[in-house]
Design a protein around this ligand. Structure first.
Ligand code: NAP
Length: 337
């Protein structure tokens, strides 16, 4: 379990239904809930990690496919359901129809990708993507999430809590966006850093997110919350990686224009690097509402060290899923510096 220093302190035991629960955010939420003494029912197909939470004190798994049939949950009640992994409006509509009357609170894990305008700083009142509007392919995910939010809010009203995380990082991260960096600094040598030190970064440790969600359930919070980290300069993030992991590593900044001209894709061409005025505010999201509702952040050094420990324990990402291969990085450094 990866919650040794969670700031979340439970005040009363809860019964929770988690739709999903075995990959990243859900898995961390379940670990935090169990550590906090709550009772947890997981609903999933038993495919992603079937043996992860053997039925034991405090946890049970009910098997089912939410796209088809939730009847295995019939006749039960919970203090709250947390829908961690809802992506399709029709699937979320089905879950809401089956569960809204049998839970105290309905928490839906959405995404900041619902925001229509990523060029200017937004709070929770920002306009959302519309599934019926004109959408670029990369906006479909956010538009679907926005439609899911609407279904939950319409059906559950004051009992609904919609959580919009930004980039989520930490142990169990299935993407190689954040884990790439501690691992890269560990390898040492010349490390290609994308963009400029003053560019903005913003992300939230999955354990801080999970603890905050549990606190919201306990305090019966309702409404919509942007839940991500504080905005920090990219340079500060890389300096922390270097300091925590390997002070001998040699940072080499390569400007965004150069990377774009070399045909490197923002987002994953070099992990976490973004470019272009249309996403100028993507790492400057207003989180004051979540902060006022108790969101706290563990030290960045802890997130870096724990992510690296987890990444090393799993032996790094599977071949072909790395954020940037050593060979591709070397080629870029040779070409551009
Ligand atoms: N990563 C980020 O940076 C980021 C940023 C913003 C928002 N988010 C949001 O955070 C959430 C992350 O989800 P996660 O993958 O970490 O959640 P998770 O709950 O840890 O894992 C996904 C779960 O869904 C279950 N599942 C998948 N299809 C299912 C089906 N048809 N019926 C029943 N269960 C099913 C999987 O189990 P089985 O396969 O065994 O069924 C698994 O337990 C998502 O909502 C995402 O949109 C992520």
């Amino acid at each position: 379990m990866h919650n040794p220093s969670s700031p979340y302190v439970p005040s009363r035991p809860l019964s929770l239904l988690v739709l999903g629960g075995t990959r990243f955010v859900g898995r961390t939420l379940v670990e935090a809930a169990l550590a906090g003494g709550h009772r947890v029912t997981l609903f999933n197909r038993g495919r992603t990690a079937p043996a992860l939470f053997p039925d034991a004190a405090g946890v049970e798994t009910v098997l089912g496919d939410r796209t088809a049939d939730l009847s295995a949950l019939d006749g039960r009640r919970w203090d709250a359901v947390v829908d961690v992994a809802g992506y399709e409006p029709e699937v979320v509509r089905r879950s809401v129809a089956a569960l809204a009357g049998r839970v105290g609170r309905y928490v839906f894990v959405s995404s900041l990708s619902v925001l229509a305008d990523q060029a200017t700083v937004q709070d929770e009142s920002g306009e959302l993507l519309d599934l019926d509007g004109e959408l670029a392919p990369h906006q479909l995910y956010g538009a679907r999430k926005a439609a899911c939010e609407r279904i939950v809010l319409d059906a559950c009203g004051e009992r609904a809590c919609v959580v919009r995380p930004g980039m989520i990082v930490g142990p169990y991260d299935p993407t190689d966006r954040f884990p790439y960096w501690p691992r890269r600094f560990q390898r040492g040598g010349r490390v290609l850093l994308p963009g400029a030190p003053e560019d903005a970064a913003q992300f939230v440790d999955v354990r801080d997110l999970a603890g905050w969600i549990l606190g919201c359930v306990e305090r019966q919070r309702a409404g919509v919350y942007h839940v991500t980290g504080r905005t920090l300069p990219f340079g500060e993030f890389f300096a922390a990686c270097r300091e925590v992991v390997n002070p001998a590593a040699e940072p080499v900044w390569v400007g965004g224009e150069l990377l774009l001209r070399a045909g490197v894709d923002p987002w994953m061409g070099v992990p976490m690097w973004i470019a272009g005025p249309e996403c100028a505010a993507i790492n400057r999201v207003d989180v004051s509402r979540a902060l006022a509702a108790g969101l706290t952040y563990r030290p960045l050094a802890e997130t870096i060290a724990d992510t690296l420990a987890w990444d090393n324990a799993r032996g790094g990402p599977a071949a072909g899923t790395e954020g940037l291969t050593a060979e591709a990085e070397r080629r870029l450094l040779d070409e551009l510096t």
